[in-house]
Design a binder for this molecule. Sequence first.
Ligand code: FAQ
Length: 312
Amino acid sequence: EDQARNAAFEQRIDDGDFIEAKDWMPDHYRKTLVRQISQHAHSEIVGMLPEGNWITRAPTLKRKAILLAKVQDEGGHGLYLYSAAETLGTSRDQMLDALHTGKAKYSSIFNYPTLTWADIGVIGWLVDGAAIMNQVPLCRCSYGPYARAMIRICREESFHQRQGYESLLTMMRDGTDAQKAMVQDAVNRWWWPSLMMFGPADKDSPNSEQSMRWGIKRLSNDELRQKFVDATVPQADILGVTLPDPQLAWNAEREHYDFGPIDWTEFWRVVGGDGPCNRERLNARVKAWDEGAWVREAALAHARKRATQAAA
Ligand code: FAQ
């Protein structure tokens, strides 16, 4: 019977149908989605921390309002994504417990520090830019609830990317020499970690083949990384910054930019928990969870009171 159901499932994938929460699906498909969606949700939530660090120090009221809105959007993205993962039968408490005990992964990029205001612009430009490149194809992911969540998320990410680029343009056009140097320094520090966001090279990516066959991933890690480099180099030119890669060069034959080797040792070290800010990030999340316990308890008590009143 399972074989027949599996064949019908595979047929629906081949036909480009969306799989919905109540549909039958193979166990491995469910597990893969819970893994990817929960990691994605954790990334949004942990991703609030590096930028949150600058809310109180934004240089103008306008920049502060934009940054507040952006960080709040990221909180919202995390919540949609937890909801999408919950439709697969995993509870939010289980997912959060995995994050808080250090078992769950989240994007390597959020384990790097935000040292200056220019880092905030560069996160918008490069980190949100990489996030959009990876997430636009996920709007066509075979799992309906994830695909639909990605549509709104991508719209918001596009605003995030533009606000970052615009803030860098302002600094590069109207800024002092010191401010321009600050932008270049931030680009130097964030460029390589941004390329690592796309995950290991295809040949070292254990999950890719199956995820692509199931239409969860539509483009491979290396394809997306290449698209990101190709889109970003001209933007760097307009901005007037140098990307820190002496091997970066247009390849007329491939019609793509060639780029230098990625330090995969650094990538795996950061993914494994030993990056510059891994401990700080995890501690901040656990502290927020512990200190928010009274709010969760109060909300539950209030809901119980309302339910008894309604019953009476
Ligand atoms: N960091 O076999 P693959 C954002 C892990 S954007 C940490 O290639 P897969 C927005 C991977 O999980 C960032 N771990 O895996 C924002 C796997 O480990 P596992 C979040 C990584 O799943 C912007 C192992 O390596 N975006 O938050 C990373 O097929 C600004 C082998 O890798 C998403 O999550 C990494 N960079 O492909 C917020 C997008 N790369 O689970 C605030 C959705 C790989 O077997 C501010 N996710 N690993 O133990 C995806 O598209 C995929 O999951 C990939 C990885 C492409 C990330």
